[in-house]
Structure formats: structure tokens, C-alpha cells
Write a protein that binds this ligand. Sequence first.
Ligand SMILES: Cc1ncc(COP(=O)(O)OP(=O)(O)O)c(N)n1
Ligand SMILES: Cc1nc(C(=O)O)sc1CCOP(=O)(O)O
Ligand SMILES: [Mg+2]
Length: 208
Amino acid sequence: MPSLGRLHLITDTRPGRDPLAVLRAALPVARAELVVQVRVEDDATDRQAYELARRVVALCRRYGATCLVNDRLHVALAVDAAGGHVGAEDLPVRAARRVLGSAAVLGATAREPGSAAEAVAAGASYLGVGPCHPTGTKTGLPAPIGPAGVRAVAEAVDVPVIAIGGVTAASVPALRAAGAYGVAVVGALSGAADPARATAELLGALRC
Ligand SMILES: Cc1ncc(COP(=O)(O)OP(=O)(O)O)c(N)n1
Ligand SMILES: Cc1nc(C(=O)O)sc1CCOP(=O)(O)O
Ligand SMILES: [Mg+2]
């Protein structure tokens, strides 16, 4: 399995957003360092998720980037994505691993060391850990865990930890120092005036 990219761009499909335009800006800058996670709103149809995911897979292939699909693993399989990401309300990690197969990239959300270790034992190949900081992108999240929470998880597992939630280029150094392998962002790229430049800034911070 190729090494996991450190910058994870999660698609923003809220009204008024253009996830493919953001991706077209980020890909030439980040290339194989980019992991794109196709995430759609809960009320999106499978057909909508499939149409977005197949476009993302095609774009990622041109640049050696990796495409994962959030939640909907049948869509991941249908578009030949590299894998998927699951959380507490999705298929259990062990079941997700059965669906995707042993070679797939499988991310799992973990917010503390105990569930993190369980997810790895069940087959997760990386962990999404957060929310690190306050975020307006997703509601219903627990309180931010900060770099200290990331450190607690990173010290408990031997798979890459991807920090998520309110991450900006400015917050990357503290998260990396806490043991994060990489970061996942929505707003830092989707909301950027210049997504290509924002990609370069995030990558610059990740490479330090
Ligand atoms: C990298 C990464 N980390 C965490 C999540 C959150 O997944 P989940 O808890 O299943 O919530 P939804 O994204 O499905 O709303 C993620 N998607 N990616
Ligand atoms: C989808 C998601 N999951 C989170 C978690 O902590 O599980 S935080 C989050 C949203 C991340 O968006 P932004 O980069 O704009 O803060
Ligand atoms: Mg989920």
C-alpha cells in the first residue's frame, strides 16, 4: 500500500459550494500528497454521491492522489476508490474492513485512546482524530480536544493520526508536534479565497 498522503481534503457539498473547483485548484499543488475524502450531506442520494465520487476518482488519478469515500462504502467500491472512512454511526470498523478488503485504506474516527486502539485492532489503517478546534462545518460534535487530545491518541496507536476539526495552516505545527501525521480540512480549503495558495500553505506547514 503506498504511504498515506498528509493533507486530506474533505469535499464540501453544502449549498453554494463547488467541491470540484476546490479540488481542481488543490490537485496540481498537492498531487500525491493529497487524499480526497468524498463526503456528501446525509440527505444526498447514493446516485449523487456516486456521481461526485467517480469524478473525484478520475481527477485524483491524473495526479497520483488518493480518493476515499466517507460512510458509503458501496460507493467506494463502485467507483474503485482506494478506500473509505467510517465513524460511530457507520458500519463498525471490522465490518467495513470486510466490505473493502484487506488492501484498502480504511479510516476510522476516534476521539480518545481507548476507542482508537479498538479501531486499529479491528482493521483501521489510519485514524481521524478530533475535533481539534471549534468548527462551524459540522454540528453535534463534542468539545474540542486540542493538541493534547491528539497526543493522547497518537501515543496509543501505531497508525497515522489525521487531525480534524477547525484545522488551519496556523494550527498545523502544534498538531504535528502532538503526533499528528497529517490533517483533514473542509473550510480551510473550501472557504479559501485562493484554494491553490491555501493548499500550498497547508503543505508547507505539514512539511516542517
Ligand atoms: C479524517 C476524518 N476524520 C473524522 C471524520 C468524521 O467521520 P464521522 O465521525 O463518521 O462523521 P461524518 O464525517 O460521517 O459526518 C471524517 N469524515 N474524516
Ligand atoms: C466532518 C468533520 N468531522 C469532524 C470530527 O471531529 O469528527 S470535524 C469535521 C468538519 C471539519 O471541517 P473543518 O475543517 O471546516 O473544521
Ligand atoms: Mg461517518
